[in-house]
Design a protein around this ligand. Structure first.
Ligand SMILES: Nc1ncnc2c1ncn2[C@@H]1O[C@H](COP(=O)(O)OP(=O)(O)OP(=O)(O)O)[C@@H](O)[C@H]1O
Ligand SMILES: [Mg+2]
Length: 262
C-alpha cells in the first residue's frame, strides 16, 4: 500500500498510547452530581493490550468515551498522543443502506484517503478480517460475527494507533466469540496497535490481555491490576487462563458484594 495509508507514525518507545491522570467523572447538575469515575490514573503503552474489567454500571463505557474524546472528564487529564482513537462498540453501528465495502470506504473518506485508493484499501481491510468477498454484501446479509468483522475493519480504516473496544463480542455466541478472539489477537500482533478493551467477562479479559485492570463500582476506581504473561495464542479453555480467571472472578465477586446490587 502507498505510504499515504500508513497514517501517523507509531509513538516512540517509552511514550504512551493513552495516559489518564487523576480522571474523575460525575454526571448531573453541580451540587447534585453523581460521581461515576474517581481518580483513575492509567497508562496504555504503545502496542499494549489492556482489558478494563468491571461489573455492569461501574463506568467502563464512560471511561472509554472519555478516552475517545466523546466526553470530557470532570477532573483530570487524558492524553492520546497518536491522535484520535478508533472506537468499536457491542452494536456494529454499520450503515444498513451501504455495503460492507462502502461502510469501510466511508471511514477512509473521513480520514482523507483519495478516492482511487479507497476500494483497494477496503478490500485489504476486509481480507485482514478474513472477509474477502464480502465487499458487496449489505449488512442484513451478514451474520452477527461477520458484522463485527466489518465493524473491526471499519475501526482499522481509521488508522489510529489506539483501538478502543467496548464489549465488541458480547452479543455473539461462544464459538463465534472464540474465533473473533483469535482474529483480534492475530490482527493486534500484526499491526502493533494499542488496544483498550472493555468487558465484564473475566475469561475474555484473561484470554486477550497483557494486562487486566479491575474497576470497582460506585464510583469506579482502579481496584487491582494483573500482568498476564501466559503466551499467546491462548485458548479460553487453557488451564492457566482458567486458573487466573478464578482468582480475578473472586476479586470481582467480592467487589460486587461490597456494593450490593447486581
Ligand atoms: N450521559 C450520562 N448521564 C448520566 N448518567 C450517566 C451517563 N452515562 C452514564 N451514566 C451513568 O454512569 C454509570 C456508569 O455507566 P456506564 O455505561 O459507563 O457503565 P458500564 O460499566 O459501561 O456498564 P455496562 O457493563 O452495563 O455496559 C451508570 O450509573 C450510568 O447510569
Ligand atoms: Mg458499558
Amino acid at each position: 500500500m502507498a505510504d499515504t495509508l500508513t497514517g501517523p507514525a507509531p509513538a516512540q518507545p517509552g511514550t504512551h498510547a493513552a495516559r489518564l491522570e487523576h480522571v474523575s467523572k460525575a454526571f448531573g447538575r453541580p451540587g447534585a452530581a453523581q460521581p461515576v469515575l474517581e481518580d483513575i490514573t492509567l497508562d496504555v503503552a504503545p502496542g499494549e493490550f489492556v482489558c478494563l474489567l468491571g461489573a455492569s454500571g461501574c463506568g467502563k463505557s464512560t471511561l472509554l468515551n472519555l478516552v475517545a474524546g466523546l466526553d470530557k472528564p470532570s477532573v483530570g487529564t487524558i492524553e492520546t498522543p497518536g491522535g484520535r482513537p478508533a472506537l468499536m462498540f457491542q452494536e456494529h453501528a454499520l450503515f444498513p443502506w451501504l455495503t460492507a465495502g462502502r461502510n469501510i470506504e466511508l471511514a477512509l473518506r473521513m480520514r482523507g484517503v483519495p478516492r482511487e485508493q479507497r476500494r483497494p484499501e477496503a478490500e485489504r481491510l476486509l481480507s485482514l478480517v478474513r472477509l474477502s468477498g464480502a465487499y458487496g454484501k449489505r449488512v442484513h446479509e451478514l451474520s452477527g460475527g461477520m458484522r463485527q468483522r466489518v465493524a473491526l475493519a471499519r475501526a482499522l480504516a481509521q488508522d489510529s494507533r489506539l483501538l478502543l473496544m467496548d464489549e465488541p463480542f458480547a452479543a455473539l455466541d461462544a464459538i463465534t466469540r472464540d474465533v473473533l478472539h483469535d482474529e483480534l489477537t492475530r490482527i493486534w500482533a500484526e499491526t502493533n496497535l494499542s488496544v483498550l478493551f472493555v468487558t465484564h467477562n473475566v475469561r475474555e479479559a484473561v484470554r486477550l490481555a497483557q494486562r487486566v485492570v479491575l474497576l470497582s463500582s460506585r464510583p469506579g476506581r482502579i481496584n487491582r491490576e494483573w500482568a498476564i504473561d501466559i503466551p499467546q495464542p491462548r485458548r479460553i479453555e487453557d488451564a492457566a487462563v482458567a486458573d487466573l480467571s478464578v482468582e480475578i472472578t473472586d476479586e470481582l465477586r467480592g467487589e460486587i458484594r461490597r456494593h450490593g446490587k447486581h
